[in-house]
Write a protein that binds this ligand. Structure first.
Ligand code: UD1
Length: 365
């Protein structure tokens, strides 16, 4: 039996990794185990997700916590190296683009352990984003690259990665969404905000480029307040964002708006249910651009670019950046019903990506 370390650390990793564990019993030659770096540690950023998604208890927890990029990456590396030296896996599977991803890939690669990267090849071409650096570095040392959309294939080929290691398998985050949507649809998370389904705006923001600087965060809050004068808003506030809003006094300003509900981050099921019945989504998250595309919910992305172009080409996503005229025009289209509002059928985003990945691992390791 081959031991496979599946690395998780930050919130968006859990749903992507969970898809492997669901199908793992069909692949008895692979012994999958969760290694949790502890990059995210709040109950509603981590533990709740493990429970809801049915991920097994972590085999090892590296307890890294928060810190600068260098501190976090280096500490994960040292702690994961110890783990690997004690109990060497036959493969290290990393997902997404967070610091935990690049840190563990680097450790495994230097110790001669094959690295498999789920969600390989995505590129925003914006090196000011820490995730872009993590993506490029991780792919350059991965042996197997599992790709979600065709842009990823082109990027990896252009970067000279060997074609034999590149596999278009679809999207494991969508596997989890399709698996849990029926259960999420039984919930009514909007009740706690006293808003009606299909009649509110779902907002999440956490990118340093949006929340770290006072003037930019303030400008975005003005837009949110203006939207709240039109429709009820539910804003799920990431811990990073919460700190900045507090620091800049923006939380008070937002809380004064009667139609604007600020909430702690929700668990996966409540958040999915809330997104499913939103009138529209405003976000800077990568994953939510994809989830809203599959759910057919209009998505306005407050970023200058996206590493997931298929969500714009085939889905409901528009890249707004801080072009407030464009935001206004999209809101108008949504109000009039002329904005695209249907689920997109993206090749291989069919709920079976986890299975494809374990089959390839079985065949190739
Ligand atoms: C990380 C990922 C980002 C991903 C995001 C999802 C990197 C470089 N960034 O960003 O790609 O989209 O996760 O959430 O890996 N904090 C808590 N509790 C927690 C976790 C964080 O309070 O459980 C606070 C801490 O103040 C911390 C800050 O949030 O310093 C940022 O956390 P960190 O993991 O460094 O980055 P994220 O912004 O969450």
């Amino acid at each position: 039996m081959r031991k496979i370390d599946v690395i998780v650390g930050a919130r968006p990793n859990f749903m992507k990794a969970a898809a492997l564990f669901v199908v793992a019993p069909d692949y008895p030659g692979l012994a999958l185990r969760v290694i949790h770096t502890g990059q995210h540690y709040d109950v509603n950023m981590s533990h709740l997700f493990l429970q809801e998604l049915g991920l097994p208890e972590p085999h090892r927890h590296l307890q890294v916590g928060s810190g600068s990029h260098a501190y976090q990456t280096a500490t994960i590396m040292m702690r994961y190296e110890e783990c690997v030296e004690e109990d060497r896996p036959g493969c290290c599977v990393v997902v997404g683009d967070v610091n935990s991803t690049v840190a563990c890939a680097l450790v495994a690669s230097k110790l001669g352990i094959p690295v498999a990267h789920i969600e390989a090849g995505l590129r925003s071409f914006d090196r000011t984003m820490p995730e872009e650096i993590n993506r490029v570095l991780t792919d350059s040392i991965s042996d197997l690259m599992f790709v979600t959309e065709s842009s990823g294939l082109e990027n990896l080929k252009r970067e000279g990665r060997p074609e034999s290691g590149i596999h278009l398998v679809g999207n494991t985050m969508i596997d989890t969404l399709l698996r849990l949507l029926p259960k999420a649809e039984e919930l009514a998370p909007w009740d706690r905000f006293a808003v009606r389904p299909d009649d509110y705006v779902y907002i999440t923001l956490h990118r340093p480029s949006n929340v770290d600087e006072k003037t930019i965060a303030g400008e975005i809050c003005e837009q949110i307040i203006s939207i709240a004068s039109r429709w009820p808003v539910v804003f799920l506030v990431h811990p990073r964002t919460r700190r900045r809003l507090d620091k800049y006094g923006l939380d008070r300003k937002l809380s004064e708006q009667p139609n604007l509900h600020l909430s702690e981050p929700l668990g996966y099921m409540d958040s999915l249910s809330l997104m499913r019945r939103a009138k529209l989504v405003i976000t800077d998250s990568g994953g939510i651009q994809e989830e809203s595309t599959i759910l057919g919910i209009p998505c306005l992305t407050l970023r200058e670019n996206t590493e997931r172009p298929i969500t714009v080409e085939q889905g409901t996503n528009t890249i707004i950046g801080r072009n407030w005229a464009l935001l206004k025009s999209c809101l108008q289209q949504i109000e009039e019903g002329s904005y695209l509002k249907r689920a997109s059928d993206i090749p291989l985003w069919d709920g079976n990506s986890g299975e494809r990945i374990l089959q390839i691992l079985t065949d190739q390791l």
